[in-house]
Design a protein around this ligand. Structure first.
Ligand SMILES: Nc1ncnc2c1ncn2[C@@H]1O[C@H](COP(=O)(O)OP(=O)(O)O)[C@@H](O)[C@H]1O
Ligand SMILES: [Mg+2]
Length: 343
């Protein structure tokens, strides 16, 4: 690489990525107000020559100290640049040692993949392989490549800026904190600026997902399964910068899974979700079918299947409305169904 990327990046982008970078300009008495559309190189090049001379500004040395400042701070804060373009699964074997039904499967940024298969077939295992970035060192013998290469082991242990955000089937909170304290603690560790606003948003989003509402003063140990799931989902959506999101059977959590998915899936991520839910399975671009611990096949969602999503949504609405009627002691009527489905 001829020139470091950071020196060519627009300052607005640099500050978005590394909010600490502003300090560098302050410390060096460089006024960058209104210069966010330029890179540091452009900014320095466009400074008046006489001014540079008067202020003893040496472009080359500023550029190189800026670069090392960013690198040092990144290391200090434990920030990784996690631009993940693709994730590749390299086949292992099933529970009996037979090879899997594929050789290699690459998932690109922005793709949603569902994982289907009977209970006990190995769906969670596949997610765990990805989370661990397996290198033929798990029971399945699979390997995971990131951007076509065996990933650095640092991904496994860095806690600040993880490769993978995982929403697992079980959430056990042991800390004695209120929902608000928990979210704030997490927000602080992510070093974001407007902690109070973000924490509020997370609690609101979680309440939007959860069937029963909870308050910010509710101890996290007192949250129901659905509420704690909702909190983790909202928290992940707002605070995690992980490029890969793994979701294990959210449909059983008593939360609005469609809203949850909308919240979690942002354009440039790779999303894998294990599910028994036809709606979630078909919303994906492709689905991985697991059997006996192995990937048996990979199916692309067809146009016809996509069309079915609309009908499935109606089925969903029906179930939701019946559920709520039941809760409030109402009787069911056949018209609930016929109004929706009979033409
Ligand atoms: N290829 C494999 N080889 C050996 N054990 C496997 C394999 N795939 C899955 N398992 C094991 O089978 C068990 C059930 O798998 P799991 O992923 O929990 O199933 P699911 O999530 O589909 O219900 C787990 O103990 C898992 O580690
Ligand atoms: Mg499972």
């Amino acid at each position: 690489m001829a020139k470091s990327e950071i020196l060519e990046m627009k300052l607005g982008k640099v500050f978005e990525k590394y909010s600490f970078a502003r300090n560098f300009f302050e410390e060096n008495n460089l006024n960058i107000d209104g210069q966010e559309g330029k890179s540091i190189t452009e900014f320095l090049e466009e400074l008046d020559e006489d001014y540079k001379e008067d202020m003893a500004i040496d472009t080359e040395s500023i550029l190189s100290s800026f670069e090392s400042y960013i690198n040092m701070m990144k290391e200090f804060l434990g920030i990784e640049d996690n631009a993940v373009e693709s994730l590749t699964l390299i086949a292992g074997h099933d529970k009996f040692g037979n090879p899997e039904g594929f050789d290699e499967f690459t998932i690109n940024k922005s793709e949603i993949i569902s994982i289907v298969g009977p209970t006990g077939s190995g769906k969670s295992r596949l997610l765990a392989d990805i989370e661990w970035t397996a290198q033929n060192d798990t029971p399945t013998g699979r390997s995971i490549l990131i951007n076509g290469e065996a990933p650095d082991k640092k991904w496994r242990f860095s806690s600040n800026n993880k490769l993978v955000a995982q929403l697992s089937q079980n959430m056990n909170f042991v800390m004695d904190l209120t929902a608000m304290e928990f979210v704030k603690l997490h927000a602080e560790s992510r070093m974001i600026e407007n902690i109070d606003d973000v924490a509020r948003e997370i609690i609101d989003e979680a309440n939007n997902l959860a069937g029963e509402k909870f308050s910010e003063d509710t101890p996290i140990t007192a949250l129901s399964g659905g509420q704690s799931r909702a909190l983790m989902i909202a928290d992940t959506a707002k605070l995690s910068s992980s490029p890969i999101v793994l979701i294990d059977e959210i449909e059983n959590a008593g939360i609005d899974r469609k809203k949850a998915l909308d919240l979690l899936v942002s354009q440039d991520k790779i999303v894998l979700m294990a599910t028994h839910d036809p709606y979630l399975a078909l919303i994906a671009d492709k689905r991985i079918v697991i059997n006996n611990g192995a990937i048996a096949k990979i199916i692309e969602t067809s146009e016809e299947e996509r069309e079915m999503l609309k009908e499935l949504e109606k089925v969903d609405e029906l179930i939701q409305s019946m559920r709520s009627s039941l809760r409030y002691g109402e009787r069911m009527s056949a018209s609930m169904i016929t109004d929706r489905f009979v033409k």
